[in-house]
Design a protein around this ligand. Structure first.
Ligand code: KIV
Length: 313
C-alpha cells in the first residue's frame, strides 16, 4: 500500500532541496496518470473554469464545481497530496464563510488541503482555517480571481513598492500557518528572494527556477490548446494528436471501415435461427415471440432446450 504524501513530506522536500512538482488535474484519468507518473501534489485548480469549462476567467467557478471535480481527482490519486482551490466568493466574505466552505471541500472531496488567493488580506482566514485543522496553501503574485482588478494576466511585483508588498504577503501567509505558497507571474529574482525569506515551500508558476517547486496547468504541458502562456513548456502535442485521432475515427465510420469483425460481437447460430423463425419480418409483433421464449425458459430443462443460448456473447 503506497503511503500518501503529507504536508510534512513537502516541508522535508524543501529542507532537502528536492524540487517539488505540482500539476493541475480536474478528472479521474488525469489524476491517475499524474499519480502513476510520481507527481507529489495534484492541484484541482479553479483554472478548471478556463481550461475545462470554457469560461473567460476563474470567476464563474462555483464551490459545487470544485467539489465535483475534487472528488474525481481524489478517487484517482493513490499517493499524491490533493489540494483543492477555494473558488471566487467562497472565502472573501469573511473567515466564518471560508471555514464553512473549506470544511465542505475537505469533507465532500476527501482532499488533503485547500488553496486560497491573497497575502496580507487573506492571512487571518488562513490562520482560522489552520487552527481548525485544515491545511492551507497560499497563492500570491498574479491571483487569477482578481484578474479584473489587475487589468489582465500581468507579471506582478516589478516595482520596488510592489515587490516589498509581495514579500510582506508571503511572510504574512507563512506566519499565519500556510504550509506552502504559490508564486504566480513573479520576476525570477523576486521569487528567489521570497523563497529565501519564508520557512515554507514556494511553488512557482512563471516565477523562475529558484522556487522550492513548480506548478503547471496540465493542458499547457500536454499541448491541448494551440497557445499557452510564455512560462509553460509543451511536453506533448495532445491537442493535434487528439484531433487527428478523431478525424481518423470519423473517416473510418464514413468509409464503413469501422467496426470490423474483430471489433464486433457474435451470437450462437441456434439462437439466431430461433429468432428468425419467431420474428421473420419487421412487422412481426414481438409479444408472441416473448411468450414462446418464456415458455421455453420456464419449461424443465431437456436435451433439446438446455443448450439454447439466449444471451449475446
Ligand atoms: O487554478 C490554478 O490552476 C492555479 C495555478 C495556476 C497555480 O491556481
Amino acid at each position: 500500500m503506497t503511503k500518501p504524501i503529507t504536508v510534512l513530506d513537502l516541508q522535508h522536500m524543501r529542507e532537502q532541496g528536492k524540487p517539488i512538482t505540482m500539476l493541475t488535474a480536474y478528472d479521474y484519468p488525469t489524476a491517475q496518470l499524474a499519480d502513476e507518473a510520481g507527481v507529489p501534489i495534484l492541484l484541482v485548480g479553479d483554472s478548471l473554469g478556463m481550461v475545462v469549462l470554457g469560461y473567460d476567467s476563474t470567476v464563474p467557478v462555483t464551490l459545487d464545481d470544485m467539489i465535483h471535480h475534487g472528488r474525481a481527482v481524489v478517487r484517482g490519486a493513490k499517493r499524491a497530496h490533493v489540494v483543492v482551490d477555494m473558488p471566487f466568493g467562497s472565502y472573501q466574505t469573511g473567515w466564518q464563510d471560508a471555514l464553512r466552505n473549506a470544511t465542505r471541500i475537505m469533507q465532500e472531496t476527501g482532499c488533503g488541503s485547500v488553496k486560497l488567493e491573497g497575502g496580507v488580506r487573506s492571512a487571518e482566514t488562513v490562520q482560522r482555517l489552520v487552527e481548525a485543522g485544515i491545511p492551507v496553501m497560499g497563492h500570491i503574485g498574479l491571483t487569477p480571481q482578481s484578474v479584473n482588478a489587475f487589468g489582465g494576466f500581468r507579471v506582478q511585483g516589478k516595482t520596488p513598492r510592489d515587490a516589498v508588498h509581495l514579500i510582506g504577503d508571503a511572510k504574512a501567509l507563512a506566519e499565519a500557518g500556510a504550509y506552502a505558497i504559490v508564486l504566480e507571474l513573479v520576476p525570477t529574482a523576486l521569487a528567489h528572494m521570497i523563497t529565501q525569506r519564508v520557512s515554507v515551500p514556494t511553488i512557482g508558476i512563471g516565477a523562475g527556477p529558484f522556487c522550492s517547486g513548480q506548478v503547471q496547468v496540465v493542458h499547457d504541458l500536454l499541448g491541448i490548446y494551440p497557445t499557452a502562456p510564455k512560462h509553460a513548456r509543451r511536453f506533448a502535442e495532445l491537442g493535434s494528436a487528439t484531433r487527428d485521432a478523431i478525424i481518423e475515427y470519423r473517416t473510418a465510420v464514413e468509409a464503413g471501415a469501422f467496426p470490423t469483425a474483430n471489433e464486433s460481437f457474435y451470437m450462437d447460430e441456434h439462437a439466431l435461427d430461433l429468432i428468425r423463425q419467431m420474428a421473420p419480418s419487421a412487422e412481426q409483433d414481438m409479444s408472441e415471440a416473448e411468450r414462446v421464449l418464456r415458455e421455453v425458459e420456464d419449461a424443465p430443462r431437456s436435451a433439446s432446450t438446455s443448450d439454447t443460448p439466449t444471451t449475446v456473447d
